[in-house]
Design a protein. Structure first.
Length: 228
């Protein structure tokens, strides 16, 4: 009689499968989350996530000292700041390919955001905004841009930076920026939480495609990837 696989073997096999198919798993998760949010938004509903986020970030967390901080984080995904940082990457990265890669990724993310906004046409939250914003609300443009731009920088650093300490420091910093940009948009009252989460989902899915197909092709003349 054949011996049943042990629990340890099952966990090992499951872990190995997850590692080999991490992109597919992440893509499936973000797709499910985005579709679930889109269905509720298309029906004109304010999601439970929106209500909970409003109660926490707007009702409980708002304060005179925190508002400038949140405005600062929000500005890190503003057109002016992103443009300047794109120029910096293009100027200081070795060769011209990193700059072109960043610019193409950013342009595609912006176009994708505007297309989705035009299709869904969700009005922005009203009555508790701290800053003035025009245009539709879903998905959050700042969230999509921050995920696409800083996410690509994370990909660059993780792929090419040889110093392990610097790699972790910079990647952690950019992850923090991405998260805080999304939170700041809710705090400032210009987006629902569902706008932010949907923006992250769409941009993450796009970034996975871009870094797997387009970016490696554009970066083919750069030094070989470090050994891991």
């Amino acid at each position: 009689m054949a011996e049943k696989p042990s629990a340890r073997r099952f966990v090992h096999d499951a872990t190995a499968f997850a590692r080999q198919n991490v992109n597919v798993i992440v893509l499936a998760i973000v797709a499910i989350v985005f579709i679930a949010i889109l269905q509720e938004v298309a029906e004109g509903e304010i999601t439970r996530l929106d209500t909970l986020a409003y109660q926490f970030f707007v009702v409980r967390l708002r304060s005179d000292w925190l508002t400038p901080v949140m405005e600062g984080f929000s500005s890190l995904a503003s057109p002016a700041v992103i443009l300047v940082m794109t120029v910096v990457v293009a100027a200081f990265a070795p060769g011209v390919r990193p700059g072109r890669c960043v610019a193409l990724n950013l342009a595609c993310a912006v176009v994708l955001n505007q297309v989705l906004k035009f299709i869904v046409q969700r009005p922005r939250p009203d009555g508790f905004r701290l800053v003035s914003e025009a245009g539709y609300s879903f998905p959050s443009g700042h969230s999509m841009v921050s995920m696409a731009f800083y996410g690509l920088l994370i990909w660059f650093i993780w792929r090419y930076e040889r110093d392990h300490v610097l790699r972790w420091v910079w990647c952690s910093t950019f992850v923090l920026i991405i998260v805080m940009v999304g939170i700041s948009r809710i705090y400032l009252g210009v987006h629902y939480a569902s706008d932010v989460v949907a923006g992250f989902c769409v941009s993450l899915a796009w970034l996975m495609f871009f870094t797997r197909i387009i970016a490696p092709a554009l970066m083919e003349e750069t030094p070989p990837e470090r050994d891991v």
